[in-house]
Design a protein around this ligand. Sequence first.
Ligand code: TYD
Length: 133
Amino acid sequence: MEIKTIAFPLHSDKRGALVAVEQLKDIPFEIKRIYYIYAVQPGDQRGFHAHKTLDQVLVCVNGSCKVLLDDGKEKRLIILDKPYEGLSVPRHIWHEMYDFSPDAVLLVMASDLYCEDDYLRNYNQFLTFVNGK
Ligand code: TYD
C-alpha cells in the first residue's frame, strides 16, 4: 500500500510559523468539510471505519497521534507529529487513530459533507466491500 504524505508550505520566521493549505493544490480534492478531534483521553481510540466515497487528509496540528491504515491486504502505521505534514486517507482505507498525546489536535479535511451512509463501520463489511470491488 502506498502511503501518501503531503508537505504543506511552511512559512517560518522569528514571529513563529504559518502553514497554508489550498484545495486542489496541496489537497487533491475540493475541501467541503473540516473537522477536528482533540481532548482524546489516554488509551482511547478513534476511527475504526472506512468510507465508500470520501477522501480525507489528516494533519496533527498539535501534539501527536498514530494512524493505522489498512487496505484490506496490508496494514501500515504512521505517526503524525508535524503540523506541516498531511496524511492522505483516501476512500476504501480502513483507519484507526490512537495513542493521542494529551495536547493532540487532529485536523481532518474532507472531500464531502458528513454522511453516515458513506461509512463502513464493520471490519468484515469493509473486507467484503474492498474485495468485491
Ligand atoms: P465518529 O465517526 O465516531 O468519530 P471518529 O471517526 O473520530 O471515531 O463521530 C463522532 C460523532 O460525530 C458521531 O455522532 C458522528 C458525528 N460527526 C458529525 O456529526 N459530523 C462529522 O463531520 C463527523 C466526522 C462526525
